[in-house]
Design a binder for this molecule. Sequence first.
Ligand code: BG6
Length: 499
Amino acid sequence: MTLPATELTSTLPTCDFTVFGGTGDLALRKLLPALYQREREGQLPADTRIIGVSRSSIDDAGYRDLVHDALDEHVPHDDLDAAVVARLVARVSHVALDIEEPDGWHLLHGLLKDRLGDQDAVRVFYLAVSPTLFGPICERLDQIGVVDGRARVVMEKPVGHDLASAREVNEAVGRVFDEPQIFRIDHYLGKESVQNLLVTRFANTFLEPLWNSHWVDHVQITVSETLGVGDRGGYYDTAGALRDMVQNHLLQLLCLVAMEPPTYVGRETVRDEKLKVLQALKPMTPTDVDRDTVRGRYVAGLVDGKPVPSYVDDVGHPGSGTETYVALRTEVQNWRWAGVPFYLRTGKRMDRRLSEIVVVFKEPPHAMFPHSEGGTPANRLHIQVQPDEGMRLHMTAKEPGPGGIRLRPVSLDLSYATAFSQRSPDAYERLLMDVIRGNPTLFMRRDEVEAAWTWVEPILRRWASAPDRPKRYPAGTSGPTAAATLLERDGRTWQESDQ
Ligand code: BG6
Protein backbone atom coordinates (compact mmCIF):
# COMPACT_ATOMS: atom_id res chain seq x y z
CA MET A 1 0.00 0.00 0.00
CA THR A 2 2.75 2.39 0.78
CA LEU A 3 4.07 4.06 -2.29
CA PRO A 4 7.79 4.10 -2.95
CA ALA A 5 9.39 7.36 -1.80
CA THR A 6 9.93 8.35 -5.40
CA GLU A 7 6.19 8.37 -6.04
CA LEU A 8 5.70 11.28 -3.68
CA THR A 9 8.12 13.32 -5.72
CA SER A 10 7.49 11.86 -9.19
CA THR A 11 6.51 14.23 -11.97
CA LEU A 12 2.82 14.92 -12.27
CA PRO A 13 0.72 15.65 -15.30
CA THR A 14 -0.44 19.20 -15.94
CA CYS A 15 -3.41 19.84 -13.69
CA ASP A 16 -6.22 22.29 -13.14
CA PHE A 17 -7.04 21.85 -9.47
CA THR A 18 -10.46 23.31 -8.67
CA VAL A 19 -11.57 23.46 -5.04
CA PHE A 20 -15.25 24.00 -4.28
CA GLY A 21 -15.27 25.54 -0.82
CA GLY A 22 -12.07 27.39 -1.74
CA THR A 23 -12.39 29.94 1.05
CA GLY A 24 -13.36 27.33 3.64
CA ASP A 25 -11.44 25.95 6.58
CA LEU A 26 -10.33 22.73 4.88
CA ALA A 27 -9.02 24.46 1.77
CA LEU A 28 -7.09 27.10 3.67
CA ARG A 29 -5.89 24.96 6.56
CA LYS A 30 -5.07 21.72 4.77
CA LEU A 31 -5.31 21.70 0.97
CA LEU A 32 -3.36 24.84 0.08
CA PRO A 33 -0.61 24.15 2.64
CA ALA A 34 -0.32 20.63 1.19
CA LEU A 35 -0.04 22.03 -2.35
CA TYR A 36 2.54 24.50 -1.03
CA GLN A 37 4.70 21.65 0.27
CA ARG A 38 4.54 19.89 -3.07
CA GLU A 39 5.45 23.15 -4.78
CA ARG A 40 8.42 23.44 -2.43
CA GLU A 41 9.52 19.97 -3.47
CA GLY A 42 9.28 21.09 -7.08
CA GLN A 43 6.59 18.56 -7.87
CA LEU A 44 3.92 20.77 -9.41
CA PRO A 45 4.43 21.23 -13.16
CA ALA A 46 4.92 24.86 -14.20
CA ASP A 47 1.48 25.11 -15.79
CA THR A 48 -0.52 23.79 -12.80
CA ARG A 49 -3.47 26.05 -11.95
CA ILE A 50 -5.37 26.22 -8.69
CA ILE A 51 -8.89 27.60 -8.81
CA GLY A 52 -10.75 28.37 -5.62
CA VAL A 53 -14.53 28.38 -6.03
CA SER A 54 -16.81 29.90 -3.42
CA ARG A 55 -19.83 32.14 -3.05
CA SER A 56 -17.61 34.93 -1.82
CA SER A 57 -17.41 37.90 -4.17
CA ILE A 58 -13.64 38.38 -3.75
CA ASP A 59 -11.52 38.79 -6.87
CA ASP A 60 -8.30 36.96 -7.72
CA ALA A 61 -6.17 39.44 -5.78
CA GLY A 62 -8.37 39.11 -2.69
CA TYR A 63 -8.21 35.33 -2.87
CA ARG A 64 -4.43 35.38 -3.29
CA ASP A 65 -4.19 37.49 -0.13
CA LEU A 66 -6.33 34.95 1.68
CA VAL A 67 -4.14 32.09 0.49
CA HIS A 68 -1.02 34.01 1.41
CA ASP A 69 -2.29 34.52 4.98
CA ALA A 70 -3.38 30.89 5.22
CA LEU A 71 0.09 29.66 4.25
CA ASP A 72 1.63 32.00 6.80
CA GLU A 73 -0.63 30.58 9.45
CA HIS A 74 -0.69 26.89 8.61
CA VAL A 75 2.68 26.02 7.11
CA PRO A 76 5.38 25.37 9.73
CA HIS A 77 7.59 28.42 9.91
CA ASP A 78 10.79 26.60 9.05
CA ASP A 79 9.19 25.42 5.81
CA LEU A 80 8.08 28.87 4.66
CA ASP A 81 10.04 30.26 1.76
CA ALA A 82 8.90 33.57 0.29
CA ALA A 83 9.84 32.58 -3.27
CA VAL A 84 7.84 29.33 -3.07
CA VAL A 85 4.87 31.15 -1.53
CA ALA A 86 4.97 33.63 -4.41
CA ARG A 87 5.12 30.80 -6.98
CA LEU A 88 2.16 29.01 -5.45
CA VAL A 89 0.08 32.14 -5.00
CA ALA A 90 0.69 33.07 -8.63
CA ARG A 91 -1.06 29.85 -9.70
CA VAL A 92 -4.19 30.73 -7.76
CA SER A 93 -7.40 32.35 -8.99
CA HIS A 94 -10.94 32.59 -7.68
CA VAL A 95 -14.37 32.05 -9.19
CA ALA A 96 -17.38 33.44 -7.34
CA LEU A 97 -20.13 30.95 -7.95
CA ASP A 98 -23.64 30.40 -6.69
CA ILE A 99 -24.62 26.90 -7.63
CA GLU A 100 -28.04 28.00 -8.90
CA GLU A 101 -26.77 30.89 -11.05
CA PRO A 102 -25.30 30.32 -14.49
CA ASP A 103 -22.79 33.21 -14.38
CA GLY A 104 -20.25 31.55 -12.12
CA TRP A 105 -20.41 28.33 -14.13
CA HIS A 106 -19.68 30.28 -17.31
CA LEU A 107 -16.68 31.83 -15.63
CA LEU A 108 -15.42 28.44 -14.51
CA HIS A 109 -15.89 27.00 -17.98
CA GLY A 110 -14.04 30.00 -19.41
CA LEU A 111 -11.08 29.27 -17.17
CA LEU A 112 -10.94 25.57 -17.91
CA LYS A 113 -11.82 25.50 -21.60
CA ASP A 114 -8.35 26.00 -23.07
CA ARG A 115 -7.26 22.63 -21.74
CA LEU A 116 -10.41 20.68 -22.58
CA GLY A 117 -9.48 17.90 -24.97
CA ASP A 118 -5.82 18.02 -23.94
CA GLN A 119 -5.04 14.38 -23.25
CA ASP A 120 -2.07 15.31 -21.08
CA ALA A 121 -3.98 17.59 -18.72
CA VAL A 122 -5.91 16.41 -15.67
CA ARG A 123 -8.85 18.28 -14.14
CA VAL A 124 -9.48 17.73 -10.44
CA PHE A 125 -12.68 18.92 -8.79
CA TYR A 126 -12.31 18.85 -5.04
CA LEU A 127 -15.63 19.07 -3.20
CA ALA A 128 -14.81 20.60 0.19
CA VAL A 129 -18.47 21.46 0.75
CA SER A 130 -21.55 19.89 2.33
CA PRO A 131 -22.35 16.43 0.91
CA THR A 132 -25.80 17.68 -0.09
CA LEU A 133 -24.02 19.72 -2.78
CA PHE A 134 -21.91 16.87 -4.18
CA GLY A 135 -24.58 15.66 -6.61
CA PRO A 136 -25.75 19.09 -7.82
CA ILE A 137 -22.17 20.31 -8.39
CA CYS A 138 -21.28 17.22 -10.41
CA GLU A 139 -24.42 17.66 -12.51
CA ARG A 140 -23.48 21.27 -13.33
CA LEU A 141 -19.90 20.30 -14.12
CA ASP A 142 -21.30 17.83 -16.60
CA GLN A 143 -23.64 20.42 -18.08
CA ILE A 144 -20.83 22.90 -18.71
CA GLY A 145 -18.85 20.15 -20.45
CA VAL A 146 -15.76 19.94 -18.26
CA VAL A 147 -16.10 16.26 -17.34
CA ASP A 148 -14.26 13.80 -19.55
CA GLY A 149 -12.01 10.81 -18.96
CA ARG A 150 -9.26 13.09 -17.61
CA ALA A 151 -11.51 14.62 -14.93
CA ARG A 152 -11.53 13.46 -11.31
CA VAL A 153 -13.77 14.33 -8.43
CA VAL A 154 -12.71 14.27 -4.78
CA MET A 155 -15.30 13.98 -2.03
CA GLU A 156 -14.50 14.90 1.52
CA LYS A 157 -16.08 12.79 4.20
CA PRO A 158 -18.77 12.42 5.36
CA VAL A 159 -20.26 10.84 2.28
CA GLY A 160 -23.87 11.07 3.39
CA HIS A 161 -25.47 11.11 6.77
CA ASP A 162 -26.61 7.50 6.82
CA LEU A 163 -26.79 4.59 4.38
CA ALA A 164 -29.66 5.96 2.31
CA SER A 165 -28.13 9.42 1.88
CA ALA A 166 -24.69 7.92 1.16
CA ARG A 167 -26.27 5.85 -1.59
CA GLU A 168 -28.02 8.92 -2.97
CA VAL A 169 -24.76 10.88 -3.04
CA ASN A 170 -22.92 7.98 -4.63
CA GLU A 171 -25.66 7.55 -7.24
CA ALA A 172 -25.72 11.25 -8.08
CA VAL A 173 -21.95 11.55 -8.41
CA GLY A 174 -21.82 8.21 -10.21
CA ARG A 175 -24.17 9.50 -12.91
CA VAL A 176 -21.43 11.92 -13.96
CA PHE A 177 -18.14 10.27 -12.97
CA ASP A 178 -17.14 6.61 -13.32
CA GLU A 179 -16.02 4.92 -10.09
CA PRO A 180 -12.27 5.05 -11.01
CA GLN A 181 -12.64 8.84 -11.35
CA ILE A 182 -14.17 9.22 -7.87
CA PHE A 183 -11.81 9.75 -4.93
CA ARG A 184 -13.48 9.55 -1.50
CA ILE A 185 -11.06 10.93 1.04
CA ASP A 186 -10.51 9.51 4.45
CA HIS A 187 -7.44 11.49 5.37
CA TYR A 188 -6.38 8.88 7.94
CA LEU A 189 -5.39 6.65 5.02
CA GLY A 190 -2.92 9.31 3.89
CA LYS A 191 -1.13 9.42 7.23
CA GLU A 192 2.34 7.95 7.00
CA SER A 193 1.83 5.98 10.18
CA VAL A 194 -1.42 4.47 8.94
CA GLN A 195 0.16 3.33 5.69
CA ASN A 196 3.01 2.00 7.75
CA LEU A 197 0.60 -0.32 9.52
CA LEU A 198 0.39 -2.46 6.43
CA VAL A 199 4.12 -2.43 5.95
CA THR A 200 4.65 -3.42 9.58
CA ARG A 201 2.24 -6.27 9.23
CA PHE A 202 3.15 -7.56 5.81
CA ALA A 203 6.77 -6.63 5.19
CA ASN A 204 7.92 -8.34 8.40
CA THR A 205 7.43 -12.00 9.16
CA PHE A 206 7.50 -12.13 12.93
CA LEU A 207 4.08 -10.58 13.62
CA GLU A 208 1.86 -12.32 11.15
CA PRO A 209 1.91 -15.81 12.75
CA LEU A 210 0.75 -14.21 16.02
CA TRP A 211 -1.85 -11.94 14.45
CA ASN A 212 -4.95 -14.02 15.14
CA SER A 213 -7.30 -15.30 17.80
CA HIS A 214 -4.81 -17.91 19.01
CA TRP A 215 -2.41 -15.27 20.30
CA VAL A 216 -4.27 -11.97 20.42
CA ASP A 217 -6.52 -11.39 23.41
CA HIS A 218 -8.08 -8.18 22.13
CA VAL A 219 -7.40 -4.99 20.18
CA GLN A 220 -7.96 -1.39 21.28
CA ILE A 221 -8.18 1.55 18.90
CA THR A 222 -8.15 5.03 20.39
CA VAL A 223 -8.42 8.39 18.65
CA SER A 224 -8.59 11.05 21.29
CA GLU A 225 -8.45 14.78 20.65
CA THR A 226 -8.01 17.73 22.97
CA LEU A 227 -9.72 20.02 20.45
CA GLY A 228 -13.42 20.74 20.66
CA VAL A 229 -15.67 21.36 17.68
CA GLY A 230 -14.14 24.77 16.88
CA ASP A 231 -16.16 26.70 14.33
CA ARG A 232 -17.59 23.51 12.81
CA GLY A 233 -20.38 23.33 15.39
CA GLY A 234 -23.11 23.62 12.76
CA TYR A 235 -21.90 20.51 10.94
CA TYR A 236 -20.83 18.62 14.04
CA ASP A 237 -24.11 19.01 15.85
CA THR A 238 -25.84 17.14 13.01
CA ALA A 239 -23.12 14.50 12.88
CA GLY A 240 -21.60 13.54 16.24
CA ALA A 241 -18.59 11.37 16.93
CA LEU A 242 -20.06 8.17 15.49
CA ARG A 243 -20.58 9.68 12.04
CA ASP A 244 -17.61 12.05 12.17
CA MET A 245 -14.94 9.61 13.35
CA VAL A 246 -16.08 6.02 13.86
CA GLN A 247 -17.86 5.45 10.54
CA ASN A 248 -14.70 6.37 8.68
CA HIS A 249 -11.37 6.86 10.48
CA LEU A 250 -11.73 4.29 13.25
CA LEU A 251 -13.28 1.64 11.03
CA GLN A 252 -10.52 2.18 8.46
CA LEU A 253 -7.90 1.66 11.17
CA LEU A 254 -9.73 -1.46 12.27
CA CYS A 255 -9.72 -2.71 8.67
CA LEU A 256 -5.99 -2.25 8.33
CA VAL A 257 -5.37 -4.11 11.58
CA ALA A 258 -7.74 -6.97 10.78
CA MET A 259 -7.52 -7.45 7.01
CA GLU A 260 -5.97 -10.44 5.28
CA PRO A 261 -2.82 -9.88 3.24
CA PRO A 262 -3.73 -9.07 -0.35
CA THR A 263 -1.83 -10.98 -3.04
CA TYR A 264 -0.14 -7.74 -4.03
CA VAL A 265 -0.65 -4.08 -3.23
CA GLY A 266 -2.80 -2.78 -6.02
CA ARG A 267 -5.57 -0.31 -6.73
CA GLU A 268 -8.34 -2.71 -5.77
CA THR A 269 -6.68 -5.47 -3.79
CA VAL A 270 -6.27 -3.58 -0.52
CA ARG A 271 -9.76 -2.16 -0.80
CA ASP A 272 -11.16 -5.64 -1.50
CA GLU A 273 -9.62 -6.92 1.73
CA LYS A 274 -10.81 -3.95 3.78
CA LEU A 275 -14.33 -4.46 2.46
CA LYS A 276 -14.30 -8.07 3.66
CA VAL A 277 -13.48 -6.87 7.18
CA LEU A 278 -16.33 -4.36 7.16
CA GLN A 279 -18.68 -7.07 5.98
CA ALA A 280 -17.48 -9.37 8.75
CA LEU A 281 -18.16 -6.91 11.58
CA LYS A 282 -20.71 -8.36 13.98
CA PRO A 283 -24.03 -6.65 13.28
CA MET A 284 -25.45 -4.85 16.31
CA THR A 285 -28.92 -5.65 17.62
CA PRO A 286 -30.64 -3.04 19.83
CA THR A 287 -29.58 -5.11 22.87
CA ASP A 288 -25.98 -5.15 21.64
CA VAL A 289 -26.09 -1.38 21.18
CA ASP A 290 -27.29 -0.89 24.76
CA ARG A 291 -24.64 -3.23 26.12
CA ASP A 292 -21.67 -2.60 23.83
CA THR A 293 -21.72 1.11 23.07
CA VAL A 294 -21.19 4.20 25.22
CA ARG A 295 -21.82 7.73 24.05
CA GLY A 296 -20.70 10.78 25.93
CA ARG A 297 -20.64 14.53 25.71
CA TYR A 298 -18.21 16.95 27.31
CA VAL A 299 -19.25 19.50 29.86
CA ALA A 300 -17.12 22.46 30.92
CA GLY A 301 -13.69 21.57 32.22
CA LEU A 302 -9.98 22.23 31.92
CA VAL A 303 -7.98 21.27 28.85
CA ASP A 304 -4.22 21.79 29.06
CA GLY A 305 -4.89 23.86 32.18
CA LYS A 306 -7.29 26.24 30.42
CA PRO A 307 -11.02 26.40 31.13
CA VAL A 308 -13.20 25.41 28.18
CA PRO A 309 -16.98 25.59 27.85
CA SER A 310 -19.35 22.67 27.52
CA TYR A 311 -20.29 21.23 24.14
CA VAL A 312 -23.78 22.71 24.24
CA ASP A 313 -22.27 26.14 24.87
CA ASP A 314 -19.73 25.56 22.09
CA VAL A 315 -22.48 24.88 19.58
CA GLY A 316 -25.08 27.15 21.17
CA HIS A 317 -27.66 24.36 21.25
CA PRO A 318 -28.85 23.60 24.81
CA GLY A 319 -31.20 20.83 23.66
CA SER A 320 -28.56 19.02 21.60
CA GLY A 321 -28.48 15.22 21.83
CA THR A 322 -25.21 14.91 19.91
CA GLU A 323 -22.36 12.80 21.24
CA THR A 324 -18.74 13.97 21.29
CA TYR A 325 -17.45 10.64 22.57
CA VAL A 326 -18.01 7.04 21.57
CA ALA A 327 -16.64 3.81 22.98
CA LEU A 328 -17.77 0.47 21.66
CA ARG A 329 -16.98 -3.20 21.49
CA THR A 330 -17.23 -5.19 18.31
CA GLU A 331 -15.95 -8.40 16.76
CA VAL A 332 -14.74 -9.40 13.33
CA GLN A 333 -16.58 -12.59 12.59
CA ASN A 334 -14.12 -14.56 10.54
CA TRP A 335 -11.68 -17.44 10.96
CA ARG A 336 -8.74 -15.25 12.01
CA TRP A 337 -10.50 -13.12 14.59
CA ALA A 338 -13.41 -15.20 15.93
CA GLY A 339 -14.06 -14.23 19.56
CA VAL A 340 -11.46 -11.43 19.73
CA PRO A 341 -13.02 -8.17 20.92
CA PHE A 342 -12.08 -4.94 19.17
CA TYR A 343 -12.65 -1.95 21.45
CA LEU A 344 -12.89 1.44 19.77
CA ARG A 345 -13.04 4.84 21.42
CA THR A 346 -12.85 8.40 20.24
CA GLY A 347 -13.67 11.74 21.79
CA LYS A 348 -13.23 15.46 21.67
CA ARG A 349 -11.92 17.63 24.51
CA MET A 350 -10.11 14.72 26.08
CA ASP A 351 -7.12 14.81 28.38
CA ARG A 352 -4.66 14.18 25.57
CA ARG A 353 -4.22 14.05 21.83
CA LEU A 354 -3.44 10.50 20.94
CA SER A 355 -4.24 8.08 18.13
CA GLU A 356 -3.10 4.62 18.93
CA ILE A 357 -3.74 0.96 18.22
CA VAL A 358 -2.93 -1.49 20.98
CA VAL A 359 -2.77 -5.20 20.26
CA VAL A 360 -2.92 -7.05 23.56
CA PHE A 361 -1.59 -10.58 23.33
CA LYS A 362 -2.64 -13.46 25.55
CA GLU A 363 -0.84 -14.09 28.79
CA PRO A 364 1.74 -16.90 28.87
CA PRO A 365 -0.20 -20.11 29.45
CA HIS A 366 1.79 -21.17 32.52
CA ALA A 367 3.43 -19.19 35.33
CA MET A 368 6.75 -20.97 35.71
CA PHE A 369 8.81 -18.32 37.47
CA PRO A 370 8.79 -18.05 41.24
CA HIS A 371 6.85 -15.02 42.49
CA SER A 372 4.91 -14.88 39.26
CA GLU A 373 1.95 -16.87 40.48
CA GLY A 374 -0.38 -14.06 39.55
CA GLY A 375 0.68 -14.68 35.95
CA THR A 376 3.16 -12.84 33.80
CA PRO A 377 1.82 -9.72 32.14
CA ALA A 378 0.64 -10.07 28.58
CA ASN A 379 2.73 -8.61 25.78
CA ARG A 380 1.28 -5.51 24.20
CA LEU A 381 2.13 -3.85 20.94
CA HIS A 382 1.33 -0.13 20.91
CA ILE A 383 1.25 1.35 17.43
CA GLN A 384 1.15 5.10 17.85
CA VAL A 385 -0.32 6.93 14.88
CA GLN A 386 0.02 10.41 16.34
CA PRO A 387 1.38 12.62 17.73
CA ASP A 388 4.71 10.77 18.04
CA GLU A 389 4.65 8.10 15.42
CA GLY A 390 6.20 4.89 16.56
CA MET A 391 5.80 1.47 18.04
CA ARG A 392 6.35 0.03 21.47
CA LEU A 393 6.38 -3.63 22.40
CA HIS A 394 5.80 -4.26 26.08
CA MET A 395 7.64 -7.33 27.25
CA THR A 396 8.72 -8.93 30.48
CA ALA A 397 12.42 -9.16 31.40
CA LYS A 398 14.53 -10.31 34.30
CA GLU A 399 15.50 -7.54 36.63
CA PRO A 400 19.31 -7.61 36.77
CA GLY A 401 20.91 -8.82 39.99
CA PRO A 402 21.50 -11.91 42.04
CA GLY A 403 19.13 -13.52 44.45
CA GLY A 404 16.56 -15.17 42.25
CA ILE A 405 14.53 -14.16 39.28
CA ARG A 406 12.46 -11.05 39.53
CA LEU A 407 10.31 -10.07 36.57
CA ARG A 408 10.06 -6.52 35.34
CA PRO A 409 8.07 -4.94 32.49
CA VAL A 410 10.27 -3.32 29.83
CA SER A 411 9.55 -1.96 26.40
CA LEU A 412 11.16 -2.10 23.01
CA ASP A 413 10.71 1.33 21.50
CA LEU A 414 10.80 2.43 17.91
CA SER A 415 10.39 6.12 17.26
CA TYR A 416 10.04 7.03 13.59
CA ALA A 417 11.32 10.54 14.23
CA THR A 418 14.58 9.05 15.47
CA ALA A 419 14.77 6.28 12.89
CA PHE A 420 14.01 8.53 9.90
CA SER A 421 15.29 12.04 9.66
CA GLN A 422 13.14 13.28 6.79
CA ARG A 423 9.99 15.35 7.22
CA SER A 424 6.85 13.27 7.44
CA PRO A 425 4.45 14.69 4.85
CA ASP A 426 0.94 15.64 5.87
CA ALA A 427 -1.73 13.14 4.81
CA TYR A 428 -3.20 15.57 2.29
CA GLU A 429 0.10 15.95 0.45
CA ARG A 430 0.14 12.31 -0.50
CA LEU A 431 -3.57 12.09 -1.14
CA LEU A 432 -3.72 15.14 -3.42
CA MET A 433 -0.78 13.87 -5.44
CA ASP A 434 -2.45 10.46 -5.71
CA VAL A 435 -5.61 12.09 -7.06
CA ILE A 436 -3.64 13.92 -9.73
CA ARG A 437 -1.72 10.74 -10.55
CA GLY A 438 -4.98 8.80 -10.61
CA ASN A 439 -4.03 6.28 -7.93
CA PRO A 440 -7.15 5.34 -5.87
CA THR A 441 -5.50 2.83 -3.50
CA LEU A 442 -5.71 5.10 -0.47
CA PHE A 443 -9.29 6.24 -1.11
CA MET A 444 -12.53 4.65 -0.04
CA ARG A 445 -14.48 2.79 -2.66
CA ARG A 446 -18.23 3.12 -2.84
CA ASP A 447 -18.85 -0.37 -1.47
CA GLU A 448 -16.57 0.31 1.52
CA VAL A 449 -18.39 3.50 2.44
CA GLU A 450 -21.75 1.80 2.15
CA ALA A 451 -20.60 -1.25 4.15
CA ALA A 452 -19.38 1.06 6.92
CA TRP A 453 -22.75 2.84 7.00
CA THR A 454 -24.55 -0.51 7.01
CA TRP A 455 -22.71 -1.49 10.17
CA VAL A 456 -23.09 1.89 11.89
CA GLU A 457 -26.77 2.37 11.13
CA PRO A 458 -28.28 0.09 13.82
CA ILE A 459 -26.32 2.10 16.40
CA LEU A 460 -27.66 5.38 15.03
CA ARG A 461 -31.20 4.01 15.01
CA ARG A 462 -31.03 2.66 18.54
CA TRP A 463 -29.50 5.83 19.91
CA ALA A 464 -32.16 7.89 18.20
CA SER A 465 -34.92 5.89 19.89
CA ALA A 466 -33.29 5.23 23.28
CA PRO A 467 -34.47 7.42 26.14
CA ASP A 468 -31.02 8.00 27.66
CA ARG A 469 -28.79 10.80 26.49
CA PRO A 470 -25.01 10.91 26.07
CA LYS A 471 -23.22 10.57 29.38
CA ARG A 472 -21.45 13.64 30.65
CA TYR A 473 -17.70 13.85 31.00
CA PRO A 474 -15.74 16.92 32.04
CA ALA A 475 -13.58 18.35 29.26
CA GLY A 476 -9.95 17.41 29.79
CA THR A 477 -10.66 13.91 31.14
CA SER A 478 -10.55 10.45 29.61
CA GLY A 479 -14.28 10.25 28.90
CA PRO A 480 -17.33 8.87 30.70
CA THR A 481 -16.78 6.22 33.35
CA ALA A 482 -19.13 3.90 31.47
CA ALA A 483 -16.36 3.50 28.88
CA ALA A 484 -14.12 1.97 31.54
CA THR A 485 -16.96 -0.29 32.63
CA LEU A 486 -17.36 -1.56 29.07
CA LEU A 487 -13.93 -3.22 29.37
CA GLU A 488 -14.05 -4.03 33.08
CA ARG A 489 -17.08 -6.16 32.37
CA ASP A 490 -14.83 -8.31 30.17
CA GLY A 491 -12.04 -8.30 32.81
CA ARG A 492 -9.95 -5.81 30.80
CA THR A 493 -8.86 -2.18 31.01
CA TRP A 494 -8.04 0.52 28.51
CA GLN A 495 -4.30 0.62 27.96
CA GLU A 496 -3.11 4.17 28.34
CA SER A 497 0.02 4.85 26.32
CA ASP A 498 2.22 5.63 29.31
CA GLN A 499 1.30 2.46 31.20
C1 BG6 B 1 -11.85 14.91 10.77
C2 BG6 B 1 -13.00 15.15 11.70
O1 BG6 B 1 -12.20 14.00 9.78
O2 BG6 B 1 -10.75 14.41 11.52
C3 BG6 B 1 -12.62 16.10 12.80
O3 BG6 B 1 -14.10 15.68 10.96
C4 BG6 B 1 -11.39 15.61 13.52
O4 BG6 B 1 -13.69 16.27 13.72
C5 BG6 B 1 -10.28 15.29 12.53
O5 BG6 B 1 -10.95 16.62 14.40
C6 BG6 B 1 -9.11 14.61 13.22
O6 BG6 B 1 -8.06 14.50 12.31
P1 BG6 B 1 -6.55 14.44 12.81
O7 BG6 B 1 -5.77 14.24 11.56
O8 BG6 B 1 -6.27 15.73 13.51
O9 BG6 B 1 -6.48 13.28 13.75
